[in-house]
Design a protein around this ligand. Structure first.
Ligand code: PLP
Length: 218
């Protein structure tokens, strides 16, 4: 199956209110352009220099989302153009994004990353840390960032009941934060190739799908 056919298939499986981020990390420009010709405009990348270079080479109406772990010293490479940063996992990082965004005269949308599985390797705030971070953000004058919602990754497991429980827990945290602290958040980024249909059933508004569109990464 071609990138275009895969893309159509994923799109057809998504409700209208769910945004598809086509995760193109490590994939060549030709693959991105094939998706582009099929109407895809939102692409996700996980490395700062890679996305900076792709942004320079490829059509300027592409919206680039940064989905990986972002180091503070790399923030400056993406702030001039990035549309949404999914993986904000510390207040320090948020402050650096704010500083760099101010230099570009931009306000940058961000999602707080929450680790919903117990896996040690996953970045992100715990649920309690996330609640604390939200309070801290409300007290800081960070005028060049906007918190749009939360992002999470489920455990790497075949146990789809476990995956579903994790997504459900993240949705509950999202609803709680919207109700108690940040009424304007509207984005819940959860779901990848293996689990995005479950994520959508559990309330995801944005899925990040890579290998199902572009094939396995080397
Ligand atoms: C790579 C990646 C994805 C896409 O993964 P697939 O399994 O290829 O769909 C989604 N989210 C994040 C954070 C990623 O790093």
């Amino acid at each position: 199956m071609s990138v275009g056919e895969n893309l159509e298939k994923v799109r057809q499986s998504l409700p209208d209110n769910v945004t598809l981020v086509a995760v193109s990390k490590f994939k060549p420009d030709e693959d991105i352009m094939e998706a582009y010709r099929h109407g895809q405009r939102i692409f996700g990348e996980s490395r700062a220099l890679e996305v900076r270079d792709k942004h320079e080479r490829l059509p300027k109406d592409i919206e680039w989302h940064f989905i990986g772990h972002l180091q503070t010293n790399k923030v400056k490479y993406i702030t001039p153009f990035v549309t949404l940063i999914h993986g904000v996992d510390s207040i320090n990082l948020l402050k650096e994004i704010n500083t760099q965004a101010a230099k570009c005269g931009r306000v940058i949308d961000c999602l707080l990353q929450v680790h919903i599985s117990d896996e040690e390797t996953k970045f992100g705030f715990s649920f309690d840390e996330c609640r604390e971070a939200v309070n801290e953000i409300k007290n800081e004058a960070l005028e060049n960032i906007r918190i749009k919602g939360l992002m999470g990754m489920a455990a790497f497991t075949d146990d789809m009941d476990e995956v579903r429980r994790e997504f459900r827990a993240l949705k509950e945290l999202f609803d709680e934060i919207r109700k108690t602290s940040l009424p304007d958040i509207d984005t819940l980024s959860m779901g990848m190739s293996e689990d995005y249909l479950i994520a959508v059933e559990e309330g995801s508004t944005m899925v990040r799908v890579g290998s199902m569109i572009f094939g396995e990464r080397k």
